[in-house]
Design a protein around this ligand. Structure first.
Ligand code: FES
Length: 180
């Protein structure tokens, strides 16, 4: 009985890891707008485009805050040049990424919690969740089970534009293209 419990746990963990790998692979190939990450579908939802910064103004490991897709409390995000290539990264070095700064566990504030040495956001001040910004915001520690929502970015010349969100923004029951 113990063995079968252990086997189930092992398979569950393998399925978990495989689903994360699939998400990264599909995203790297520019695949469909819905991928499966840490136990739940990660939807890429398009919102109205918004200019959020300039490539030439970014300094490595110095985050810049911005609001997207709306101006409400839940739309607080962080733009950062990691200095190393990242999933979903833009720019010549594919190292510019943006993420929500609301923890996916219970909405804890992650602003100011960026750790440039490890390229992670966290630990969350509430229950210590930490997210890997190189790997699409994957949870690497703590209570959260869902990846951090990643802001989809584009460049046009020196300008950086936000065009959508991958994953569910904390506080929204669904990521809808219309106003929540
Ligand atoms: S709210 Fe961030 S870990 Fe709980």
């Amino acid at each position: 009985m113990t063995e079968s419990r252990g086997e189930r746990l092992c398979l569950s963990r393998r399925a978990f890891l495989l689903s994360g790998g699939t998400a990264v692979t599909i995203l790297a190939l520019g695949g469909p707008s819905e991928v499966f990450g840490q136990g739940a579908a990660l939807k890429v939802v398009s919102y109205p485009r918004k200019k959020i910064g300039r490539v030439s103004h970014l300094k490595p490991d110095q985050p810049v805050m911005f609001q997207y897709p709306w101006k409400d409390f839940y739309s607080t995000n962080m733009l950062v040049k990691l200095g190393v290539p990242a999933g979903g990264g833009i720019g010549l070095d594919q190292d510019i990424v943006a993420y929500s700064t609301l923890c996916t566990h219970m909405g804890g504030p992650l602003a100011g919690q960026y750790r440039g040495q490890y390229k992670v956001l966290g630990p969350c001040p509430l229950h210590l969740s930490t997210f890997d910004l190189i790997k699409h915001g994957m949870v690497v520690a703590g209570q959260a089970t869902e990846s951090l929502p990643q802001i989809v970015l584009e460049t046009k010349g020196d300008d950086i534009w936000a065009t959508g969100v991958m994953g569910l923004i904390y506080g929204y029951h669904a990521n809808l293209a219309g106003k929540a």
